[in-house]
Design a protein around this ligand. Structure first.
Ligand code: GMT
Length: 383
């Protein structure tokens, strides 16, 4: 292996959402390959214990002065990025989620340039930074600017790259590097499943799962509606993993349908790789997913998903092969499909196997991390 070892700064939202998960996992994988990784974030990324080899954490502290109605996080971040980059001689900054991270990185780069230090930065687009937040007219110009000024831009699906080109009228190339999963951690271990599953479902019951941050875009109400129909047709239980604004809606609907004792509200969980393999089927009826990392994590654990045909999801799920896709809000079709599939163990088994195969063949960390490493070299060489 002739690849140079690099010093890389990573910034993300550390505690919430898929972009933070991807950024953290990427940092862990890069460190395992010998690179020196510096997380520059507002809090420690949740999967880190702070003692991993080759990983450093630099907290961005925001100064609260009574005059500031809104503490200037973006500026505090830019300052910390510049300090860390200089102190540790970083080769590159890699920011996840455009707002405000690209603009802070640009400021850091400009601050360092006045002192003769060169610091290129890459922005990875994850989804809502483009589809929701970035399209709010007040955010659009600054998001577009941050993307255009980046030394390299990647997106986690082809859909998102296309969407960014269209909606932001951006002509610069965007490298599509899809999300990944550690197939050695996210897998089904029969012995572990046999031990843990009885805690969540009896042997005669089917177990469904949903994993998200319970924001309206996830349509958690549809999850409960679909499950209510499944639970009427067969003995079944549902694990709801995560927390967020729509959790009370889910609880309300569960009570309304009289199925609250069939649903495990598990809240936020760190080790989802232990819970996902226990399920037979995932429900991901989102209004939008630029990729759908939760479905990939489930698929790697041999759990196929019933999902919506939106955004980048079809780049991961092929209808009737490794999962099932439906229009947004089509609760009846999703429920019918879930009941049919759960009643047909052979078909479910084939789909589970195909789901694992997809994760292994196309989305395993090993291959995708190499794509990032190649892109880093390209950007470092080109700037
Ligand atoms: O979906 C969320 O609520 C979180 C959001 C984020 O940026 O953290 O997720 C986006 O990035 C994930 C990781 O790349 C993707 O798997 C999700 O599909 C994407 N969410 C949306 O596009 C709604």
């Amino acid at each position: 292996e002739t690849r140079p070892r690099r010093r890389i700064g990573i910034t993300c939202y550390p505690t919430y959402g898929g972009s933070g998960v991807v950024a953290t996992e990427l940092g862990i994988e890069l460190a395992a390959r010998g690179h020196e990784v510096h997380f520059i974030t507002s809090a420690p990324p949740f999967r880190l214990n702070g003692r991993e080899k080759n990983i450093h954490f630099h907290e961005v502290a925001v100064y609260h002065y009574p005059l500031f109605e809104h503490p200037p996080y973006d500026l505090a971040l830019a300052t910390r990025m510049a300090e860390v980059a200089e102190f540790y001689s970083l080769d590159l900054l890699h920011v996840h989620y455009a707002i405000p991270h690209s603009v802070s990185a640009l400021l850091a780069k400009q601050m360092l340039a006045t002192r003769g230090i060169h610091l290129p930065f890459i922005t990875t687009l994850h989804g809502t930074d483009i589809t929701l937040v970035g399209l709010d007219p007040s955010y659009l110009p600054i998001t577009k600017f941050g993307i255009e000024q980046s030394d390299g831009v990647t997106s986690i699906s082809a859909y998102l790259a296309e969407r960014t080109h269209e909606a932001f009228r951006i002509i610069r190339p965007i490298e599509v590097i899809r999300n990944f999963v550690d197939c050695d951690i996210y897998k089904r271990d029969e012995e572990k499943v046999a031990r843990m599953r009885p805690k969540y479902a009896n042997e005669n019951e089917r177990l469904l799962v949903h994993l998200s941050n319970f924001r309206p875009v996830k349509r958690v109400a549809d999850v409960v509606e679909v499950f209510a129909r499944v639970a009427q047709a067969m003995p079944a239980r549902l694990m709801l993993i995560g927390d967020g604004p729509d959790r009370s809606v889910a609880e309300y609907l569960a009570r309304k349908h009289g199925i609250q004792n069939r649903i495990h509200f598990l809240g936020k969980q760190d080790n989802v790789y232990e819970l996902l393999p226990l399920a037979d089927l995932m429900l991901m009826p989102s209004e939008m997913e630029s990729f759908g990392l939760a479905a990939l994590e489930a698929m790697a654990c041999r759990v196929p998903a019933i999902a919506t045909q939106v955004g980048g999801v079809p780049e991961l799920i092929e209808h009737n092969v490794n999962g099932l896709l439906f229009p947004i809000g089509d609760i009846e079709s999703m429920a019918k499909a879930a009941i049919d599939l759960l009643s047909n163990p052979t078909r479910l088994g084939h789909m589970a196997q195909a789901a694992r195969q997809t994760a292994q063949n196309h989305f395993c960390a090993q291959n995708i991390i190499t794509r990032y490493e190649d892109f880093y070299e390209q950007v470092i060489a080109g700037t």
